[in-house]
Design a protein around this ligand. Structure first.
Ligand code: ADP
Ligand code: MG
Length: 349
């Protein structure tokens, strides 16, 4: 079991810096997701932790020990690329045991470890099957077994479910998290899919252009996004933003927003500068006849228990999540009320 710590971790390829000085600690047993759009430096970070890429600057510590220059094979970490890659000419037991055989371990010891691993994955009944006969889910369990069999201190997974269709991906997310809870090994899971990260991780690092913008639990990141980027990336539909030119004083509890007065969390001193934006999630907007922000209903998207209603206002098109039972007419004039304690304020970068 392992704690993973990166200090000022940086990676440049020629002139281009892919990772700008990351700092974070992943506690032992944590399911940690690195989340961000394509190209933000997730794979590069993961490869440095694995020992497949040397950092330009900074350190990697495993359980407090500096392993920055230790080769991958000596780090006791399993790197899972695409869970589907199996050796087609071997059966399930041989696939799972292959890394042990490469280490020169004896046959009876291999058999025992393969058995134990198969039991954890609930695929003992498949040990003598050909991999070509397996379902997609079982193939994935076998590939995971091969990564697990050496009892690594940590698992690094790079978009392992990327190639799967949505329904199957959802199933495997549940299985991976369940497996993590049974083994308890530290897991670093890279994905560009916010729903995967939100549903599986204890902690999420949201990355943008080579920088970690926020680290926190799924709920912290959702409820208190540290930047407009994070607020926009997490949540579907995304947060609504309304920009305005400052003029705030510290201690203010309302914003004069054009002709509307909007209640907000108390303005801190370091925020009392222009320009700012405030953000409000669709589920924190209500229709209220007396509300000062007004607009015309543009459309309504039915989602079962809720509907997303878009409203054109003088400040742009805003999305509100309302119960499906609310009756909404296209073209209707409505007032929008924001839940003050749910408003976030951002510096406009
Ligand atoms: P992600 O996994 O988040 O999609 P990567 O870590 O793969 O992002 O890449 C981050 C950036 O670094 C990208 O712009 C990518 O093109 C660049 N990059 C990654 N590997 C190399 C490399 N070996 N040489 C040059 N540029 C690279
Ligand atoms: Mg990648």
């Amino acid at each position: 079991m392992a704690q993973i710590r990166v200090e000022n971790l940086q990676k440049s390829f020629d002139q281009f810096t892919a990772v700008h000085g990351s700092n974070f600690t992943i506690d032992d047993g944590t399911f940690f997701a690195m989340l961000g759009p394509s190209g933000c430096g997730k794979t590069t970070t993961l490869r440095m932790i694995a020992g497949l890429e040397l950092p330009t600057e900074g350190k990697i510590l495993l359980d407090g020990e500096d392993v920055t220059f230790r080769r991958a094979a000596a780090r006791d970490i399993a790197f899972v690329f695409q869970l589907f890659a199996l050796y087609p000419h071997m059966n399930v037991a041989e696939n799972i045991g292959f890394p042990l055989k490469c280490q020169g371990m004896g046959r009876s010891e291999i058999r025992q470890l393969v058995q134990e691993t198969a039991k954890l994955l609930r695929i003992e009944h498949l040990l003598s099957s050909k991999t070509s006969k397996l379902s997609g889910g079982d193939r994935q369990r076998v590939a995971l077994g091969r990564a697990m069999v050496r009892r690594p201190k940590a698992f690094l997974m790079d978009e392992p479910l990327g190639a799967l269709d949505a329904e199957f991906r959802h199933l495997m997310c549940g299985e991976l998290r369940d497996l993590h809870d049974r083994i308890g090994a530290t897991t670093v899971y890279v994905t560009h899919d916010q729903l995967e990260a939100m549903s599986m991780a204890d902690q999420i690092a949201v990355m943008n252009k080579g920088r970690v913008e926020q680290i926190g639990s799924p709920q912290e990141i959702y409820d208190r996004p540290a930047s407009m980027f994070v607020a926009d990336f997490i949540g579907s539909p995304p947060m609504n933003f309304l920009r305005f030119e400052g003029g705030l004083k510290s201690g203010d509890r309302t914003i004069d927003f054009h002709d509307a007065r909007i209640a907000v969390p108390e303005i801190r001193e370091d925020r009392a500068s222009a320009p700012l934006a405030f953000g409000i999630r669709p589920e924190h907007i209500r229709f209220a006849d007396t509300a000062a922000v007004r607009g015309e209903v543009f459309g309504a998207e039915y989602l079962g228990t809720t509907q997303i209603v878009t409203v054109d206002t003088a400040h742009g098109r805003l999305a509100a999540r309302l119960p499906s039972s609310a009756s909404v007419r296209i073209g209707e004039r409505v007032g929008l009320e924001f839940r003050a304690e749910r408003v976030s304020l951002f510096d406009v970068g």
